[in-house]
Design a protein around this ligand. Structure first.
Ligand SMILES: Cc1cc2nc3c(=O)[nH]c(=O)nc-3n(C[C@H](O)[C@H](O)[C@H](O)COP(=O)(O)OP(=O)(O)OC[C@H]3O[C@@H](n4cnc5c(N)ncnc54)[C@H](O)[C@@H]3O)c2cc1C
Length: 429
């Protein structure tokens, strides 16, 4: 066997790859981090709320040192109709300290993460696309990038939602259309004072809005509106099967959301300075395929690690968490000179961790979120209840319960479906 060029080759400099490369380099291994984008983050797109407690375990002062935008202390969940909306607001000062979540812009954030990997001793190769894995006698022994071959004792695939590497060795199949969503995102420039006045936040604090309903024209999914320092991140995430079935173009849905009268008070005057789209895994636990083979370990969204609870999209924190688990196991395997899947024992450790527990907790969420009534009827129903409460004329008032009963009767949803959906929601989310 020729001598390996590196102990570990990490493919993909997103959150998963950068953290894995940092930890393996800190442990004294020769690591190369390969990224196809000209700079880390240049090809990446997230809504942008990072639940960062897990990152703190690797970079304790990340919230002060990394290019983060705002500390999120306010979460708003909205049912949006064509001309009405019902929202729940949750604000808590305690979410600022310890920092629970921050907004990030990936072009800056991923670059910082990759620089931390370099500082730890990893060698960053940006602007290089890995074309395939080199496999000899069933063992992954390196990667090919164009004419170049790099040999290694272990490949860490952190190449994101499509993970051609994991698919090439049969660890994953092509995801089904209902297991992925298409996200379209725009960044709108806005001065910080306007942002703080409109979203009711101060200082470095920020708000995260999760919106369902008319913002996606009823397509299963939702919209997000997050505050950065001097910009807003606005996006729509639409389940691919429903988007195709309803025959809409994703750009038209984004345009509809961007110009929605219910969002205009937040967005007016914002200048669209960035626009892009990206797939996101939506299958949850059901999507988790095989996660390692001899000489290969797969982390982050490359194994489908995302959770969409309807209230929040989580992917970056799970990517980082899986990178930490994988790096620990890889370090031990490299030290013992055995990087077989059996020695790595990664699947068991991943499923036994809080990540595996969370995947199990939210395992029913994808099926629950397939109920189309969530994206149309319930927003109208909630608005109708509040219309009964707040719309005063000279007719006699009714108690809330009666308003609600009449709203249910008028909605066409029916008590049985309402009860079934309510129970399913409580059990899934
Ligand atoms: C619209 C949208 C909104 C989202 N909102 C949120 C959110 O608010 N919060 C959250 O936590 N998550 C969110 N997510 C999910 C989150 O973006 C992902 O889960 C997360 O980025 C996964 O991290 P990763 O490191 O596994 O993969 P990625 O971030 O996708 O990184 C993979 C890297 O690999 C590189 N790469 C791929 N193939 C190759 C190759 N062959 N050779 C070399 N390099 C390669 C890519 O260029 C990329 O840099 C959102 C996703 C979308 C699309």
């Amino acid at each position: 066997m020729p001598e390996p060029d590196f102990d570990a080759i990490v493919v993909g400099a997103g959150p998963a790859g950068c953290v894995a490369a940092t930890l393996l380099a800190r442990a004294g291994h020769q690591v190369v981090l390969i990224e196809r984008g000209s700079t880390p983050g240049s090809k990446n797109l997230s809504g942008g709320v990072l639940y960062g407690r897990v990152l703190e375990t690797v970079f304790p002062d990340y919230a002060a040192e990394a290019p983060v935008e705002r500390r999120i202390t306010k979460h708003t969940t909205t049912f949006l109709n064509a001309d009405s909306a019902v929202s729940i607001d949750y604000w808590a000062k305690s979410l600022a300290k310890p920092v629970n979540a921050v907004t990030v812009l990936r072009a800056h954030f991923d670059e910082w993460l990759a620089s931390q990997a370099e500082e730890a001793g990893a060698f960053l190769m940006a602007g290089v696309r890995v074309d395939e894995l080199m496999v000899e006698s069933g063992q992954v022994v390196g990667v090919r990038a164009g004419e170049d071959e790099l040999r290694t004792r272990l490949v860490v695939a952190a190449d994101g939602v499509n993970s051609f590497l994991a698919r090439a060795v049969g660890l994953r199949g092509t995801p089904r259309q209902e297991q992925v969503a298409l996200g379209v995102k725009g960044v709108l420039r806005m001065d910080p004072k306007t942002i703080e006045d409109r979203f009711g936040v101060r200082g470095g604090e920020g708000a995260a809005h999760a919106i369902v309903g008319d913002c996606t024209k009823g397509v299963a999914g939702g919209a997000f509106l997050y505050t950065n320092k001097s910009s807003l991140s606005l996006g729509v995430v639409m389940r691919l099967d429903d988007l195709i079935a309803k025959g809409f173009k994703s750009s038209d849905i984004f345009e509809h959301c961007y110009t929605h009268p219910g969002l205009a008070p937040y967005l007016d005057g914002g200048e669209l300075i960035e626009y892009g789209s990206h797939l996101v895994a939506e299958g949850g636990l059901e999507m988790l395929g095989e996660v390692s083979s001899d000489g290969l370990i797969v982390i982050g969204e490359a194994v489908g690690l995302t959770i969409n609870s309807g209230f929040a999209v989580r992917g970056m924190d799970l990517a980082i968490g899986s990178a930490i688990i994988a790096a620990r196991l890889a370090d031990a395997a490299l030290r013992h000179g055995d990087t077989s899947a059996q020695a790595l024992d990664y699947r068991q450790r991943l499923l036994g961790s809080y990540i595996g527990q969370d995947l199990k907790t939210y395992a029913k969420a994808p099926a629950f979120l397939h109920r189309n009534r969530l994206y149309s009827d319930y927003g109208m129903l909630a608005a109708e209840v509040f219309r009964g409460v707040f719309s005063l004329d000279t007719t006699p008032r009714q108690h809330l319960l009666k308003c609600a009963r009449e709203a249910v009767r008028g909605s066409g949803v029916g008590y049985r479906k309402l009860l079934a959906d309510g129970l399913a929601g409580v059990r899934s989310l």
